[in-house]
Design a binder for this molecule. Sequence first.
Ligand code: F1X
Length: 398
Amino acid sequence: MSGARDETVADAPPIMGNVPGSYALSVFRERHPVLVRQVARALPYPPDRRRALDRLLDEVVDDVMEPLEPSAYDGAAWAEWGRGKIGGRYVDVPFLWGESYFYRKLLEATGYFGDGPWRGVDPFGPMKQAELDGPVVDGELAALDETQTLSAAERAEALLLGSLWGNRADLSFGVTLKGDQERVADLVVDDRPLLWSLIEAAAPGRICLVADNAGRELLPDLVLADHLLDRGLAAEVVLHVKPFPYFVSDATPADVLACLRRLAAAPGTAGQAGTRLWGAMEEGRLSLRAHPFACAPLPYSEMPDDLREEFASASLTVMKGDLNYRRLVGDRMWPASTPFAAVTGYFPGPVVALRTLKSDALAGVPERTLAELDAAGRPRSANSWRTGGTHAMVQARP
Ligand SMILES: O=P(O)(O)OC[C@@]1(O)O[C@H](CO)[C@@H](O)[C@@H]1O
């Protein structure tokens, strides 16, 4: 395993939560306490679980990372990852690390990994299910019928954009988001032509689709996967999801199955895609991975060998969403014009990021675009386009 990046680029400092006024600080100070309270209300947890959730609320408000219980199945891994960190403040460790630990502590509090009856109960399940069962999803699935009138190329673009903008539908982001934000159609980086040429050059290849959120993001991801399989652009799509609930709405295997059932039961174009995907999964052309590293507090540069081999043998890896982007570029404060190819040079194969911008991690943006976006962002905040989920990018590295 190698964590090496392109040596022409000096490592930038990791994004930290202890920077006054930063987006990361607001996540720890505002989002996490709200989330613990929401989780506590979402299910009728018994007294011992409620007390554990109250303790977690104190922990995040007081900003002290308490250790996991000695019986934690992954205690040794966290003790290793957390050497010199646990006992300190959430905001004083890298943002990615602190957030990851917070979600692990939340699962401990709800008894997700315990021996009792709450084992395996997704604390975010009620939020995910409300979204999946809701009328917005009905409308989005019905809208797929309109793609039937498009040319093949237009349809491919529409499905790609559906998957890209699906990343706005992120329930963790919605926890503290005020109002509906506008969507800026011009992409901050638009490597779509390179993306299609990579897919076509290797067709029918093996594409790893590293999913992000369940529900309103995973549905269009699945529809895109169906397009790739159905059009002979991919012989196999390997869908990578999280092994357990994470960052509120991140997709787990159970969420994939719920989405497949939702799609297959839908009328029209969505239902046809759902039926094909169902068959593709039975035949092994659509398969699932839920590697433990998907919930590790580490960047992809530190991925284990088996995962590295998996990505190395794919014709293309598509990374969905903000968190995967952060992990791909190391969640560091790169000067935003640092070449994407340089910060992802360690990645073992061609990679494309499809992401709406919801955190400060950013690379590969031309200086001119940066200046224009910063100028347009004022007076609200020069940085809001980087974190508000209003902007999106498709970034590819062959
Ligand atoms: O990966 P996703 O769902 O696109 O985004 C995850 C996210 O909402 O969580 C983090 C803050 O909690 C941010 O990086 C980002 O905004």
